[in-house]
Design a protein around this ligand. Structure first.
Ligand code: PLP
Length: 385
C-alpha cells in the first residue's frame, strides 16, 4: 500500500469538487438541479478577447513555450490597467508577474515565504484555499474573525491579542468573498500600519474589484504599501475569463522575484493566445464594466427576492459576484442547503464552507441567467423556512 503524504492529513477535497459530483449524480437520475452556488461567470468574454486568441493560434511560435514572466505586452497591459483604474504605478519589468489564475498564486506565495511552522492569518469566513494551501505547506493557520457587526473587516483589537510573533503572511480579500464587504482606503491604511508594526506580508486577493463596486481600490494605493503588501488580481470575473486561467500578482520587485523563483520551477509559461486575449481585455473602455454591472444588478434584485422568500436578511450595500444572506435564527446552513437541493433541486452554497463564522448564512451566485433565477424563485416560493 502506497501511503499518501502527511501534509494531506489536514487537507480535504475542495467542497465544490465533491458536491458537484453529487449534483451531477442527481442530474443523471433526471433531477433538474439548478446551480446558483458557483461564481463562474456565464457571460462571454469580450469579442476583442476572443478574436485575439483566434488570431494568435496562427502566429508562428505561438505554440512554443512562453516566457516565465509573461510576454512584455501583457505586463505593459497590466501596468497600464493598474495606473488607469487604481492610480498605482507598477514597473512592468519587475513589479508584475502574470499567473495562470490568481488561485495558483496562493500556492506560489506560500511556498515562497512560509517555512514549516510559520503562522498565517486567515479570514473566517474566507476563501477556503488560503487555509488548505497553508496546510499543504505545513504552516499554521490562525483564523481571524470577521463578522457582520464589524462590517466583515478585521478587528485589530482582537488581532493584537494574538501571539503574532511567528506570523509571516496575512490574507485579506476586499471586496470580500463570500460576504461582498468592501474595504475603504482608510481600512487598507490601518492594515498596512498593522503589517508594518508586526512585519507581516499582507496579500490582498482582489478579483472582485470591478463587480458591482463603484470605487475599485487596490491596497497598493496606500502610500508605502509596497513595503509590506502585494496584490493578487484576476481576469476571471472582471472579463468573464475564469476558464482561461489568467491573473497576476503585483508589488515590490524583490517580492515578485522571490515568487518567480518558485513559479519558474512549476510551469513553463502561459499559452501565447491566452496572453494576447488578456492584453485586449485590459484595453476595454468603461462601457464594458457598465454593461456587465447592469446585468449583475438585475440578477441581484432577483436573488434578493429569492432570499426574501426564504426569510433571509442581507446587506444591499455590498460588492462582488454573490449575495450573502443571514438565515432566520436557529437554521443551520448545511441543513437548509441540503434541503433545498433534495426537495427543490436548487443548489446554494452553505456559509460554513468558508469557515465557522459562516454558520447561519448562505451564499448565492450572480452567474446565473435571470430566467433561471426566476425559475428558482418559482420553486422556492412554495417552501417557507
Ligand atoms: C476570493 C477568491 N480568490 C481567488 C479566486 C480564484 O480566482 P482565479 O480564477 O483568478 O484563480 C477566487 C475564485 O472564485 C476567489 O473567490
Amino acid at each position: 500500500m502506497i501511503t499518501k503524504a502527511d501534509r494531506l492529513n489536514d487537507v480535504k477535497e475542495y467542497y465544490f469538487s465533491k458536491k458537484l459530483r453529487e449534483v451531477a449524480a442527481l442530474r443523471n437520475e433526471g433531477k433538474p438541479v439548478i446551480n446558483i452556488a458557483i461564481g463562474s461567470p456565464d457571460l462571454n468574454p469580450p469579442k476583442s478577447v476572443i478574436n485575439a486568441i483566434k488570431t494568435a493560434v496562427d502566429i508562428p511560435n505561438a505554440h512554443q513555450y512562453q516566457s516565465y514572466q509573461g510576454i512584455p505586452e501583457l505586463r505593459e497591459g497590466i501596468s497600464n490597467f493598474y495606473k488607469d483604474k487604481y492610480k498605482v504605478i507598477l514597473n512592468a519589468n519587475s513589479e508584475i508577474l502574470p499567473l495562470m489564475g490568481s488561485k495558483e498564486g496562493i500556492m506560489h506565495i506560500s511556498l515562497a515565504f512560509l517555512n514549516k511552522g510559520d503562522k498565517v492569518l486567515i479570514p473566517n469566513p474566507g476563501y477556503p484555499t488560503y487555509a488548505s494551501v497553508t496546510n499543504l505547506v505545513e504552516a499554521e493557520s490562525i483564523l481571524y474573525n470577521l463578522n457582520d457587526a464589524n462590517n466583515w473587516l478585521p478587528n485589530f483589537e482582537e488581532l493584537e491579542k494574538e501571539d503574532l510573533k511567528n506570523v509571516k503572511i496575512m490574507w485579506i480579500n476586499y471586496p470580500h468573498m463570500p460576504t461582498g464587504a468592501v474595504a475603504s482606503k482608510e481600512d487598507f491604511k490601518q492594515l498596512i500600519t498593522f503589517a508594518k508594526k508586526h512585519q507581516i506580508l499582507i496579500v490582498n486577493d482582489n478579483p472582485y474589484s470591478f463587480i458591482l463596486n463603484e470605487k475599485p481600490l487596490s491596497i497598493l494605493e496606500v502610500e508605502g504599501a509596497k513595503e509590506v503588501a502585494i496584490e493578487l488580481n484576476s481576469l476571471s470575473k472582471t472579463f468573464n475569463m475564469a476558464g482561461w486561467r489568467v491573473g497576476m500578482v503585483v508589488g515590490d520587485a524583490e517580492i515578485i522575484k522571490t515568487i518567480l523563483q518558485v513559479k519558474s520551477n512549476m510551469d513553463s509559461g502561459m499559452f501565447y493566445g491566452i496572453q494576447k486575449g488578456a492584453v485586449e481585455a485590459f484595453k476595454l473602455s468603461k462601457d464594458w464594466f457598465k454593461s456587465q454591472n447592469e446585468i449583475y444588478e438585475e440578477r441581484r434584485s432577483l436573488v434578493w427576492e429569492i432570499f426574501d422568500s426564504l426569510n433571509c436578511t442581507y446587506n444591499k450595500n455590498i460588492g462582488g459576484l454573490f449575495v450573502w444572506a443571514k438565515l432566520p435564527e436557529g437554521i443551520k446552513s448545511e441543513e437548509i442547503t441540503d434541503e433545498l437541493l433534495y426537495t427543490k433541486n436548487v443548489f446554494i452554497t452553505p456559509g460554513t464552507i468558508f469557515g465557522s463564522n459562516g454558520e447561519g448564512y448562505i451564499r448565492a451566485s450572480l452567474c446565473v441567467d435571470k430566467n433561471v433565477l426566476t425559475e428558482v424563485l418559482n420553486r422556492l416560493t412554495t417552501v417557507k423556512i
